[in-house]
Structure formats: C-alpha cells, structure tokens
Design a protein around this ligand. Structure first.
Ligand code: NAD
Length: 497
C-alpha cells in the first residue's frame, strides 16, 4: 500500500470527497511511491472557505507578531532543509545538491518577507491643504491563490507565499500533482512555526482544482507559474473573473558567446545552465548562439565536458538526474530524433544513456546538437530537457535579432570580455532577466523575477517590491480635524487652498 496524500486546510489534513487520484513516481527508479488526491469542486470550496475564515484574524494580527512567525519559519527551515531537499529529489528527480539550492533560494524570499514592516510603510503628507493631512497604506487582498509547476516544488511557491502571508493574506497553494509532497511538508512547518490555522492551505489536484480557484469569488488573486499555454489561460480566465493575476510562462533562453569570450568559462557555464536539473528550469539555457569563428572550438569544449557528466539517481552524487516522467523522457528523446532528421548534428547523444540508478527511471543524458537551424522544432519549442542546441551566426546583430524574434523573453546571457558589447546587449534584448557572464541570472529575492513577452502574462513580476505590491492594495486617507475656526458650507469641488 502506498501513502495517499490529500489536502491541507485549517491546520489539518483534509481528505478528499472524491475518487480521483494520480500516481506520484520516483523518477530515478520509475516506481510509484504515493497517490495524490485530485480535488473535486467541493474540496476546493472547503479549502478556500478555511482560508477565508482565517483572513480577518490574520489581517488584524500585528506586523510584529506576523514577522515573529516568519522568523520562526526561517529557523525551522534552516534546521530541516535537508528533509525538504530529499522530498524534492524523490519526486522531481533533481540531484540533492540542486534540491538544496532550490530550498536556499526560496528561503531568501522568507528573509525578504521578514522585513515586511519596512516594506509596508506608507507615505504621509502634513497640511496638504489647509488643515488637511494625507497618508497612504497598503492592505492585504484576502485569500490569494498560488498555482505552481513541477520543476521547483518548493522554490516557486516560496516566491509568493512568504510575502503574501507577511502582508496579511491567507493562502491556498495548488502544487503540481507530479510533486505534491513538498507543499504538505511546508504546511506542517508553518504549523510548527505557530502560523494560525487556515492562513496557509494546500489543495492538490489538476484542472478541476485550478478552475475552482480561478472562478471562486472568494479568491482575490492568482499567482501562476507554468507553461505558456496554461499561463495564458490562467491570465485570461482569472482576469475575466475580476482577479489580479501574475502568470509566468515558459521560456527559450539564449546564451550568446562573442568571439572575444573566455571560451572555457563559456563552456563551463553552458554545461551548468544547459544540463543543471536536467534542463528542467525555466532559466535553463537551451540555445547557445556562437558568434563568428569560435563555434568549432566552443562545441569541442562543451562536448568534452558533457561526456564527462554522470547521469543517475540524484541521491548518488551524480551530476544530473532523470526527467520528471516517462512522458517527459519520451518527449525529449523525440525532439532529439526530430532535430537529427531535420539536419542538426548530434555531437553528444543522451538517448539510451546508461544511468547510475536502479529500476526503470526516466533518463536522458546530456545532449549537444550543433548546426541547429531556427526552423527546427528543437529550436522553436521549449524542450524542457537536457538538450543544448548550438546556433551559429556571423555577427552580434544577428544574435540579438534571433533573441528578439523569439516569442519567449524569460532570461538570456552574454559571454564576452567587452563591456561595451555587454552594455549594448542588456539595452537591446527584449528579455526580462539578463546575465553578463552569468548563465542563469535569477534575481535575488529583493529584486523581482519575471520575463517578457510569452514568458509572463500580467504586468507584475514575482517577489521583491513588485511582489509586495501584488499582494496588497493601496489606500489613501485624507484627514481633516476641524478646528474651532471652521464654518460654512461649500458645495464646490474640493480644491487645494
Ligand atoms: P504546466 O503548465 O503543465 O503546469 C503548471 C500548473 O498548471 C500545475 O499546477 C498544473 O497542475 C496546472 N495545469 C496543467 N494543465 C492545466 C490545465 N489544462 N488547466 C489548468 N491547470 C493546468 O507546467 P509544468 O510542466 O508543471 O512546468 C513546466 C513549465 O513551467 C515550463 O514551461 C517552464 O518553463 C515553466 N516555468 C516557468 C517559470 C517562470 O518563472 N517563467 C518557472 C518555472 C517553470
């Protein structure tokens, strides 16, 4: 008998009303390890009701009490981060060190949110008009929904919930049904940290759960991260139901290597950014744009490094783990087949890799394709696997044109020793996050994370001050305390005097 995971509401497990369940697998072995409930509409209503009931009390809890709980959550997570990393590896497959890195990046947002009293300070103006003072405050929205993808079971939810909670909202998190355990583990940690029941809730499920959140009048905002078609659907449906929505989508990230670059550095970083987490990162580099006559040397250097990587079970000290599901493994291999058919050169072939793992895991080894054309599906589509495609161009301008013609605009990087070229690049590319000799330029928690074009629907990025803005509403209060000299009626429009 495998364990069955349900929902979490009002500080306790909430069992599903329904009979729909999905398998959760260990991608390194292929074994089914758990079942997860797929919420019914009634389940969603119950979880949202728990969050709604908790909102007034949490909103009125002082900032100092709220942040004390956040500090406690931080300490508990620091002490037990290894447990969470192990859960992530067991369901996602990424290697343990990578899972630990994800927890650490999520923790940075908790630390940022610990500063909420400062972040929520409003402005005040004395004597804006004679005897009239004005001040502004930001107040929480109410119940906020978070819908997250499989590839960061802890970090992506943590981009949102620490800020939402610190600002006085109550949360319903809908994690990916492929990796449900991290969210439930986090729910228990919140309880241990002293968070009142109902402030952090989890509903497990698929489209039924998502649609329930999108259409519920009690859910005031949606923070979504996932693939572009679903992000677009979430944005359109959520806003049509009167919610504020930030919907982060897919990506196709290019790294440009200029002829003057340090090619060893560029090759190292191409490996890290292309094959880290088996390429299942929205900031993975999947297209390497080699400018000028360096391509042969660069491809040789990357190939040599790629062949030295150890692929296998993420608990065995390997460099790269499996893909998340059998379907993902088949999809990625299918893209490599198509690239080969369409004329790309398969320099390093990860199909049929012999992994260091037991069982029937979902492995594709590091794969390097050269001479990739912009019409090939390996270039046009987000593969979301360990496949690095080298596109050769003659000039810097052609490299920038490629990036700007791409429908996605999440991240990009340039490798060069020329500060002027890097400065021009960061100004000219239509992409939200830019790295200069940094391949995966994920912003710190006190900046905001988000792409352009089809990589983000809505105008608000995740975390940083944009996150605080997203999870609060502004209010401006104009005050006059009458003094004894006041007298008279005036029906005219109030003007400054
Ligand atoms: P996904 O879009 O399949 O799923 C994301 C969430 O949406 C999950 O919770 C899932 O249950 C739900 N969902 C799936 N299909 C749905 C449907 N038809 N209707 C309603 N809800 C649905 O994405 P994924 O495969 O879990 O994650 C990988 C994708 O996420 C990649 O495209 C990756 O680039 C993207 N991603 C983007 C960022 C970013 O910051 N832009 C970060 C991480 C991942």
């Amino acid at each position: 008998m495998t364990e069955t995971l349900h929902h979490w509401a009002a500080g306790a497990v909430l069992k599903t009303d329904g009979d729909r369940f999905a398998d959760v697998t260990d991608p390194a072995t292929g074994a089914v390890t758990r079942q997860v409930a797929l919420a019914t509409e009634e389940d969603v209503d119950q979880v949202v009701a728990a969050a709604k009931a908790a909102f007034p009390g949490w909103r009125d809890t002082s900032l100092s009490k709220r942040t004390t709980i956040l500090f406690r959550f931080r300490e508990l997570l620091n002490a037990r981060a290894g447990e969470l990393a192990a859960l992530i590896t067991a369901e996602h497959g990424k290697v343990l060190s990578d899972a630990a890195g994800e927890v650490a990046r999520g923790q940075e947002v908790v630390e940022f949110a610990c500063g909420m009293p400062h972040l929520l300070k409003g402005g005040a103006t004395e004597n804006a008009s004679t005897g009239v003072d004005v001040h502004s405050v930001r107040q929480p929205l109410g119940v906020v929904g978070i819908i997250s993808p499989f590839n960061f079971p802890a970090m992506v939810p943590m981009w949102f919930f620490p800020i939402a909670i610190a600002a006085g909202n109550t949360v319903v998190l809908k994690p990916s049904e492929k990796v449900p355990s991290a969210a439930l583990w986090i729910a228990e940690l919140w309880r241990e940290a002293g968070l009142p029941d109902g402030v952090f809730n989890v509903v497990n499920g698929d489209k039924v759960a998502v649609d329930g959140l999108l259409t519920s009048p009690d859910v005031k905002s949606i923070s979504f991260v996932g693939s572009t078609p679903i992000a677009r659907y979430i944005y359109e449906t959520g806003t049509a139901h009167g919610k504020r929505v930030q919907a982060l989508g897919g990506a196709k990230n290019h790294a440009v290597v200029l002829p003057d670059a340090d090619l060893d550095l560029a090759a190292d970083q191409a490996i890290n950014a292309g094959f880290g987490s088996a390429g299942e990162r929205c900031m993975a580099i999947s297209a390497l744009v080699a400018v000028g006559d360096i391509a042969d040397t660069l491809v040789d250097k990357i190939a040599e490094r790629a062949r030295g990587l150890r692929t296998g079970d993420g608990r065995r000290g390997c460099d790269m783990g499996p893909l998340v599901t059998r379907a993902a493994q088949e999809r990625v291999s299918g893209y490599v087949d198509a690239g080969e058919r369409e004329g790309a050169r398969v320099v390093v072939d990860g199909r049929g890799v012999a992994p260091d793992a037991d069982g029937q895991g979902f492995f594709v080894g590091p794969t390097l394709l050269d001479h990739v054309g912009t019409g090939m599906s390996v270039y046009t589509d987000e593969i979301f696997g360990p496949v690095l495609s080298v596109v050769r161009v003659d000039t810097y301008e052609q490299a920038v044109d490629l990036i700007n013609a791409n429908p996605y605009g999440n991240g990009t990087a340039i490798f060069t020793r020329d500060g002027g070229a890097a400065r021009r690049f960061q100004n000219e590319v239509e992409v939200g996050m830019i790295g200069v000799n940094v391949p995966v330029p994920v912003p710190m928690a006190y900046y905001s994370f988000g792409g352009w074009k089809n990589s983000l629907f809505g105008d608000t990025h995740a975390h940083g001050t944009e996150g605080v803005h997203f999870f609060t509403r502004g209010k401006v209060v104009t005050t006059r305390w009458l003094d004894p000299s006041h007298a008279g009626l005036n029906l005219g429009f109030p003007t400054n005097a």
